[in-house]
Design a protein. Structure first.
Length: 230
């Protein structure tokens, strides 16, 4: 990440010996041409209503990833807004299922254990809004390069992301809607804006999609090889 590179400058390592190479995405899998309605039909999901989606592991190194903040935000949103949580194992899901029951939103949350990437790509196409509400920790702010970031970008759906340096190194205000960390009300407001402002949603989703073309695994490999050769 850019933050790790900047830290290494303090050790006297020159910039021409460092290459920032974030994670990437397999566009053959995630850049698929299917409409929201057709994707919902393939997965047996309702045609109507709004879907939020969080994908990926539910914790990293025993650290929360902001899923509890999503549940709190959902509890303030209209009843036609539903949440899909795609990832983790049955054991991972159990404590979060208890959390949604305590908030009274269990009828609006569907947990889907880890699925193949091609199926995940379909789920992302189902969504009206994609969520990355990471809390502020040193790891999330400076060290991570999450796969879901690039997979989300390839889906051409609008993204709500926590305003962290790791997110800002790839996205900006033209390609995502940023919110403060651990702020359920800010997340709810961001979701409401994306669900109500189609022009804005399509604009930031389109810009993220345009940018992700440079983050394929093939281009990443070529950039690394070129850097080494030079």
């Amino acid at each position: 990440t850019s933050s790790i590179r900047d830290m290494l400058f303090a050790y006297g390592i020159s910039s021409d010996r460092l290459l920032v190479s974030p994670d990437g995405v397999d566009l053959k899998i995630f850049d698929i041409a299917i409409s929201k309605i057709d994707a919902r039909a393939k997965l047996g999901l309702p045609r109507e209503g709004k879907f939020l989606l969080y994908s990926g592991s539910l914790q990293t190194m025993l650290m929360e990833k902001g899923i509890d903040v999503i549940f709190l935000a959902l509890s303030t949103l209209p009843f036609d807004v539903r949440l899909l949580v795609v990832g983790g194992t049955a054991d991972d899901i159990a404590p979060y299922a208890a959390c949604v029951r305590s908030l009274g939103v269990e009828d609006r949350v569907t947990f889907i254990p880890r699925v193949p990437r091609a199926t995940l790509a379909l789920y992302q196409k189902v969504a009206d809004v994609l969520l990355m509400p990471f809390p502020f920790t040193t790891h999330y702010a400076y060290y991570m390069s999450p796969l879901k970031l690039f997979e989300y970008m390839a889906s051409c759906r609008p993204i709500v992301a926590t305003d962290l340096p790791s997110m800002r190194s790839v996205l900006d205000d033209t390609s995502a809607l940023f919110i403060p960390p651990s702020d359920a009300m800010a997340l709810a407001r961001g979701i409401k804006r994306l669900l109500s402002d189609n022009e804005f949603s399509e604009r930031i989703a389109g810009e993220a999609y345009r940018r992700v073309q440079q983050y394929s695994w093939d281009k990443r490999a070529r950039n690394i090889i070129q850097f080494i050769n030079e």
